[in-house]
Every structure is written in C-alpha cells, then in structure tokens.
Design a protein around this ligand. Sequence first.
Ligand code: BMA
Length: 328
Amino acid sequence: MSDYITRHPANPILTAADIPFDCVRCFNPAAERFDGKYVLLVRVIGGDRSESIALATGDDGVHFEVAPEPIITPAPEDQGRLNDPRLTRIGDTYYICYCTDPPSGIRIGIIETRDFRSFRTIYRSEPDNRNAVLFPEKIGRDYVRLDRPFTHWYYLDRAYDIWLSRSPDLRYWGGHELLLSYADVPWGNNKIGPGAQPIRTPRGWLVIYHGAEYPDGTDTAWRKTYRAGVMLLDLENPARIIARPTAPLLSPEAPYETDTQFRPNVVFPTGAVVEDNGRIKLYYGAADKTIAMAETSVEQLLEFCLNPPPYEHPRKHPPFRPPLSRHA
Ligand code: BMA
C-alpha cells in the first residue's frame, strides 16, 4: 500500500489451479481490452517444463476465465521456449511482443492478431534481446518499441539497459537509442527492462519497467529482487526521459510476492489497462508463480513522476559499470 498504487485484495488473481490444462506455474501476463472484455495472455509452465501462452478473459479485470487449450505455443526452432508476452493495441490490431530463449539465443518476436483466434508472426530479432513492448501509436513516422538487448562482452554479463528502436512497418527495426541504463536505477544493479505497454498522457508517456537487484556480486543462488518502477517520456521524442522517481513503484512485500517456493521477491510488471476515468490496472507476475494486480491511476503516476518523494535506496552492491544514459 502506498500513495501511488494499491494491491488488489483478491490477489493473486490467477494461479496454476485456474489453468484448465497442464500448468505448474502461471505468471507475467500481457493485458489489454478486447471486445468489451479484459484479456490476459498468460505465461504457462507445464509439468514437463514446457511453455505456452493461455488466453484469459473477464468482465471486471479481477476474475478471469481461461480458455481450455493454449492459444500460442512455441515454433519448432524455439525448442519449447516462448514467454513473457506484452500486448499493445494499434488501431484494430493487437501486437504481442514475446520472448524466446532456446540455446540458440534469446530473441524477441512480434505476433499480430485481430481476434485472438488467428495469429501471425511478423518479426523475429537476432539474439540477444528480451522484454520488448510497442508504443500504442506511431510517433512521427515510425512505430516505436522499447526493448532490452544484452551486453555480454566486457562488462561481465551484467549490464542490461533499456533501449528504444523505431520501425516504418514493425518488421524492419533501426534507429536504436539507449533510453535508460541499469546503473541509473539504484534498485536495478543487475538488469532493467520495459514492462507494461506505454500509457499516453497529456504530460508524456508513462512507462512501467522492472529492475533486478543482486544482494552482492554473485548469482550462484536465486537471491535477486525484482521491483517495478515508472518513468515519464517525452510525447514527441520518447527517447527523452522527462521524469523518473528514484523510488520503485512496487516492491515485493505481499506473501504471494515473497513466496519462497520457486523465486521469492519478484514483482514483474507486464501489462496495464487504462480505464476511461484514468484508473489503471497493473498486472504482474508474482514470485514467478502467480498473477497479481495493483490499482493506480494516470494522476497518481504523474504525481509520483513529477513530484517524486525523497528516496534513498540501501544499495546492496554497486552496479558493474558506470551509468551511460543521456537523459537520466
Ligand atoms: C527475468 C525473466 C522473467 C522472470 C524474471 C524473474 O529475467 O526471466 O521471465 O519473471 O526474470 O525471475
């Protein structure tokens, strides 16, 4: 509970028990509205560790019914790996950015659909990239996406930043610019990545992202903490950060977020639905096991960005290289 966001009392709103096919964990949902309903695309892990995406629909954004079969399954070259979808509606078309991480490399892809029945893959990146999300409209002449390429060379595999890319047609991507460096996020000394689809407001684009923090310089066991944060980007040039509170928006505290059964201390935001009155439902994976939702509003997030409260993060370990962002 904070001045800026409130967990829903029904959390977790979706668990493995709600999935009508083989599922041991479900989390990291994409979220949108379609045909008058709330739609979640849910990352599902089966008992044999297989991955697929389930379709959940509902009328109130809290209670969902899950379709009896997965609606998206990995392509043969994905070797069973397809996960962490993000949904963006542009006009009448819905675009699903997803990630695949077989041994041949971690890639992002874009699937388009108009009806959540037939799906067409329109783009696959080179390795290594993860966590892509599209802006809901063209900005200038281009479609714009945020993503998180990997920096393996030189910086000891621990320097993951958010980048911005542009495309005339969603198939060919270029104009890559660094948006935010992990080293600028005190609670993200390892990685950051874009989360939910950007939200247009009169003051700028609200972008909810995640940050991962190592307690120290090693990662031999699962000891990272994942939090959600928010920043405000310029409407015309979203590669420019207007405001970014130092404090996280949501940190793992609730029992379903700190649950030790699989990966404790994970809040992983992946989808947001904005109501006509400016209220926002933020959907996120909790402890890589269940799905939770927290409520906020455009007004609250703008207030958080533009009048940020003082915050000092108890840094557990310094970042592995200095900040690089131009606008932080
Ligand atoms: C990230 C991704 C997410 C996952 C998160 C927390 O690196 O793998 O799919 O939810 O870690 O484990």
